[in-house]
Design a protein around this ligand. Structure first.
Ligand code: NOJ
Length: 690
């Protein structure tokens, strides 16, 4: 009866569409009252808007959805009901940037119903936190919406403003997420992956992304009018954007908002909008540092395929295991260990055998040898994005890994965007995108198959991170941006601003397996291993100082953190290597202290095990003086600071190795000043005294 009445009132409102008096408008405030979301059905159009401290962040922007088989929710809508809730809880992460995560938010669920056609409704649930908002569509089961509900268009828009500065990577290019971050006025951008970062004319920073991407396709930002983006969903090959049926819930669309750029980093809303751990006891998920037979292939010292310089041999793996054991690393990654790498592996994904080691790689012996030394092998499944081939072997492949003591597997999906291979129910080969609903589902199938064997996943060429590590804590890390490997062969290599940019863009999504710690900063100038072997372009090299390589262990978070260089390069610089040995990969607390997008950033993180604090700061091509407050240390307490900083004349291009390693007494609460060289950095370990 009430519903009927509401619908009648709704129809009246439509009849008076021109008169704003009859439009309903609801607001939701963040707990501190600074962020306000306004939701209306003005003119029969569902819209939302977001403001921060009274200034507009998102202009009134459309909401809605269109289906292939049914009427959509696109026009003639009225607010048919709403419900409010508030919550303030704290939950514990098994591993992460911080152990305790506070989830404090206010909620408003708004139900919209169309005035024409069969009775049906859709709810948009909003949550407002002090650091941003999230909203998602919820389509309940209902008589008028039976059967397939394939989504042809999600109508969500984001009116960010034409002149708002935007930092983004393009969403429709062959190299997936692996682009140097671009910047420009939002009004000049055609399409962008999320997270995309913005600073409006009032100096407010915000970031658009999504949380809990499950059984749906990824959202990118497609330009409509200049400065106004729509949620563009990746489509299936020859099909809709999303295959679904009622009831369903979309992923959360998230808008983080902060005055200072670092406020975007100091936000947990992506994790808070994900479901709690579904795996139960995950004590077997072990954060830690690893080394591996990896960089050697990227700099042409070794090969993935068989031959005279095959990397994954039993002897070479033992060398890495010994090195790991001696220096306290938990894992050894080995790539190129299985059948399928010979020839053009980029294009021959159907040849990979995930249970058949190469003849010169004794997996059983190495699994045993590693464990006898307190180390574990890290497995590698490069699929070249042939999902049909991989999924047919996946269960057996993880069984084999488990049998050999493996607790983490790196997966890989090397292929151009849109070239993922799926074989459909009729046996026809289809091509899908890395960020399609199909791949969203595939990654979770992998994560679940791995979890059954107590194995964690580190996905390369993945779908972007949307915080699912909360629900599946064995999905530990991933790539999904230009990593260190671009400095081996990615003409041009990553620019000096790259890491200070990642901190405010890609890293807002979650951990990244960037693989830092390159000590030989001109890797393509090493003497050739083979007179006629392939040589890299010498201009490909990390464009950083050595101190910046160390700082990356604090700046770029990954619970599986690689020391990526060759053992011999570490042996040559044991003084600098000491920091990599000391730094942790799992944190009790993390704080982004100061920074500007793509220019510089400083982090403080407290180790989960040792409770020691670490500081890391990096800068772009500009040298700068930085003063950070040691307020994260106990006030008035004395600490020994072990400092690894750029030497006075250090410069990434001309003098990258100039580094000062020194100890200083510092007091909690005081200011800590440091000079960063051009593309330099600083890494500090604080040891409490007394
Ligand atoms: C690309 C990955 O990012 C890299 O880490 C890996 O070594 C190669 N693919 C081969 O799988």
């Amino acid at each position: 009866m009430t519903k009927l009445l509401t619908r009648m009132l709704g129809m009246a409102a439509i009849g008076w569409a021109a008169a704003p008096l009859h439009a309903e408008s609801l607001t939701l405030a963040s707990p501190d009252g600074k962020i306000i979301v306004t939701v209306t059905d003005d003119g029969g159009q569902a819209t939302y808007a977001v403001s921060f401290e009274g200034g507009q962040v998102i202009a009134p922007s459309k909401l809605g959805m269109i289906f292939a088989e049914h009427h959509g929710f696109d026009r003639g809508l009225t607010i048919a009901g709403s419900a409010r809730a508030s919550s303030d809880t704290t939950w514990e992460q098994p591993w992460g940037e911080r152990r305790l995560v506070r989830d404090q938010h206010n909620e408003l669920a708004v139900t919209f119903a169309p005035d024409a056609g069969p009775a049906r409704q859709i709810t948009v649930r909003f949550r407002a936190f002090d650091t941003g908002i999230g909203f998602r569509y919820e389509l309940p089961e209902q008589a008028a919406l039976r059967g397939d509900m394939n989504i042809v268009e999600e109508l969500t828009q984001f009116g960010v403003g034409e002149k708002t500065t935007m930092w983004y990577t393009p969403s429709d290019e062959f190299n997936r997420y692996e682009y140097v971050t671009r910047t420009g006025p939002a009004g000049t951008v055609d399409d962008a992956h999320t997270p995309a970062t913005f600073r409006n004319e009032a100096g407010i920073h915000f970031s658009i992304h999504e949380a809990a991407l499950v059984d749906y396709s990824s959202m990118s930002l497609g330009a409509l009018r200049a400065g106004n983006f729509e949620a563009r969903l990746r489509n299936w090959s020859g099909g809709p954007k999303v295959k679904t049926a009622a009831p369903f819930k979309s992923p959360w669309r998230t808008i983080q908002v902060a005055r200072e750029a670092v406020g975007l980093i100091n936000s947990d809303i992506i994790l808070n909008l994900n479901e709690p751990n579904k795996l139960g006891d995950v004590s077997w998920v072990e954060p830690g540092k690893y080394v591996g037979i990896w960089w050697a292939m990227h700099i042409n010292e070794k090969t993935w395929g068989s031959g005279p310089i095959h990397g994954a041999t039993t002897a070479e793996t033992k060398r890495y295991i010994d090195f790991a054991a001696e220096h306290g690393f938990a894992g050894v990654l080995v790539e190129g260990w299985n059948i399928g790498w010979d020839g053009d592996w980029f294009n021959n994904g159907d040849l990979f055998r995930f249970t058949e080691p190469m003849p010169d790689y004794d997996l059983a012996e190495l699994g045993r040898y590693a464990q006898s030394k307190g180390v574990r092998l890290i497995g590698h499944h490069e699929t070249s994005a042939n999902i049909a081939n991989y999924e047919s072997q996946m269960e057996a492949a993880f069984d084999l890994m488990q049998t050999n003591g493996v607790r983490a597997v790196k997966t890989g999906y090397v292929a151009d965007a849109g070239d993922v291979v799926r074989v459909d129910e009729n046996g026809i080969r289809r091509n899908e995108w890395h960020d399609s609903q199909f791949m969203v589902g595939h990654h979770l199938r992998v994560v679940e198959a791995a979890a059954k064997r107590r194995i964690a996943i580190n996905a390369h060429e993945p779908v972007k991170d949307t915080g699912l590590r909360r629900t599946y804590p064995n999905w530990m890390t991933r790539e999904g941006a230009r990593g260190m490997e671009f400095n081996a062969w990615g003409t041009p290599p990553n620019p000096p601003s790259h890491e200070a940019m990642l901190a405010f863009t890609r890293m807002l999504a979650g951990p990244m397996d960037f693989t830092p710690g390159i000590f030989d900063l001109r890797p393509n100038e090493r003497p050739p291993v083979h007179a006629d072997g392939p040589r890299g372009d010498p201009s490909n090299r990390p464009q950083t100082t050595l101190a910046k390589q160390l700082a990356l262990y604090v700046v770029l978070y990954s619970p599986l953190q690689m020391a990526a260089d060759l053992p011999e390069n570490y042996e040559a610089r044991m003084d600098a290597f000491q920091f990599i040995k000391d730094v942790e990969a799992d944190w009790e607390e993390s704080i982004a202290l100061v920074g500007e997008v793509g220019e510089y950033v400083a982090f403080a993180r407290q180790g989960r095990k040792s409770k020691e604090w670490f500081l890391g700061a990096v800068t772009d091509e500009n040298e700068r003086e930085l003063s950070v407050s040691l307020a994260f240390l106990e006030k008035g307490k004395r600490y020994r600071a072990q400092i690894y900083r750029d030497g006075p004349d250090a410069h990434w291009d001309t003098n990258p190795y100039a580094m000062v390693i020194e100890e200083k007494a510092v007091t909690g609460g005081e200011a800590f000043a440091v000079r960063l060289a051009a593309s330099g950095g600083v890494a500090v370990r604080f040891i409490p005294e007394g």
